[in-house]
Each structure stands twice: as C-alpha cells, then as structure tokens.
Design a protein around this ligand. Structure first.
Ligand code: ADP
Length: 226
C-alpha cells in the first residue's frame, strides 16, 4: 500500500532530508515512526501526501504512483489518507458534529448520508455524547478524539498521525492509542510518528527509526509466548 523505492528528497536549500529510502508498508499495518527532530519524519509523511515532491526514486501510495502523479489526481490521493496532528486543528467556531461533517461536505457526500457517517465515526472514538459541544468545551484527549473521527469519517485506507499524543498526559495518550488500535483492527493502516517512549517500550508494533534522513532500524518485536 505504501512503497518507497530508493527515494531521496533534497530541499531547494540543499538539505538532504531523505536519502535512498526503501520502505514497504502493507495494508492493515500499524507503524510507529520515531527519530530525533530534524531526522526526516515529517518529510517522509509529506512525500506520501504529496505536499512535497521527491527528488528521485519511486513512491506508490494506495495504488497511486505518487512520484509522477498529475496535479489533478492529488485530491484523489489525499482523500485516501486521513490526517491527525499534535495540535488537533479543529475549527473553533464549529461544533463537534460540524467539524466531522465538514470533512464529508468537502468531498461531496450527499447530505442524507452525512449524519449516519458522522455518528458512526463519533461512536468509534467514544464521543457521541458530545456532538453539540464546541472544541473549547472539551479536554485535550476529547479534542483529539474529534480530530480522529474527522480523519476516519471518509473511510481512508491510511491514517497518518503526526505526534498525536504530544500534547496529552500519559493516561490520555494511552487512551488515544487504544482508539487508533480499534481503528486499525477494522483494517485501516496507521503510520504514527511519536516521541512517546512508553509506546515504543511497550509495543509489539513495527517501529521504524529514522536518523539523519535514513532508516536506521525497522523491526517488529515478537509477541512473547511464554
Ligand atoms: P522531522 O520531522 O524528523 O523533525 P523534517 O522532515 O522536518 O524532520 O526535516 C528533515 C530535514 O529537512 C531537517 O534538516 C530540516 O531542517 C529540513 N527541512 C524540512 N523542511 C524543509 C523545507 N521546507 N525546506 C528546507 N529544509 C527543510
């Protein structure tokens, strides 16, 4: 579903942000991407969403050849990806319902279908009871749940979560992780950037370590059977 083949990204200022990346992510995987600030994690995400163009190599995402994608097909690529950010990025003048519904409206979902889809997404994140609240009336964890509902409501194949628990306390971070795990169990691929050491220490997920533009480590710890 995501395939980087010898991908290099050099920014116009000469920074080699990614160097000869080879990476394959299969449908349904849950990946934690770690690495110090400046390592190249955001650049990797931005190549997937085609916010940045790669310099050389090939990249395929959800069946689309992103390395040579035409401008007019970029919206189709982006519709297949849900985004979740550290700072939630909710619209403050809209209610929870409206924030999630807005994602459906922008892709032209018929109005009679939107309500069911929004309630379904809010149920997935455990927030149906807050449909009429405004973001400022919610805790950080609740706001992130709304952002996750917005990311899944259009049923993307892939979710890119960029440090989604960076602004949350440890307990809330684990609750948010559980929401992502529930979504992943239903088949959505998740690529999560994180600095959360607890997640990495207590996981059996595939962990990709990026350092200085290269993949330094890529492994999955086996589940203990004894
Ligand atoms: P991370 O997300 O791991 O912190 P980034 O992908 O943001 O790392 O950055 C990787 C490298 O690319 C850094 O050296 C950063 O300064 C550089 N960089 C990021 N974005 C740009 C840009 N738009 N123009 C020039 N250099 C950039």
């Amino acid at each position: 579903m995501i395939q980087f083949q010898e991908v290099t990204k050099i920014y116009p200022n000469g920074v080699h942000a990614l160097k000869n990346i080879n990476l394959q992510i299969s449908s349904g995987e849950f990946i934690l991407m770690i690495g110090e600030s400046g390592a190249g994690k955001s650049t990797l995400n931005k190549l997937i969403t085609r916010e940045e163009k790669l310099t050389s190599g090939e990249l395929f995402v959800n069946g689309i050849k992103v390395s040579t994608i035409k401008e007019k097909r970029i919206p189709q690529l982006r519709r297949s990806i849900g985004m979740v950010f550290q700072d939630f990025r909710l619209l403050s003048k809209m209610t929870v319902y409206e924030n999630v519904a807005f994602a459906q409206e922008t892709i032209g979902v018929p109005i009679n279908l939107i309500r069911d889809n929004v309630f379904h997404a809010l149920k997935m994140v455990g927030l149906e009871s807050k449909v009429n609240a405004f973001p400022k009336e919610l805790s950080g964890g609740e706001q992130q749940r709304v952002a996750i509902a917005r990311a899944i409501v259009n049923r993307p194949k892939l979710i890119i979560a960029d440090e989604p628990t960076g602004n949350l306390d440890s307990k809330t971070a684990w609750e948010i992780m559980k929401v992502f795990e529930d979504i992943n169990k239903l088949g959505t691929t998740i690529l999560m950037t994180t600095h959360n050491k607890e997640f990495v220490e207590h996981t059996t997920k595939r962990v990709i370590l990026i350092e200085n533009g290269s993949i330094l480590r890529d492994h999955q710890r086996k589940v203990r059977t004894s």
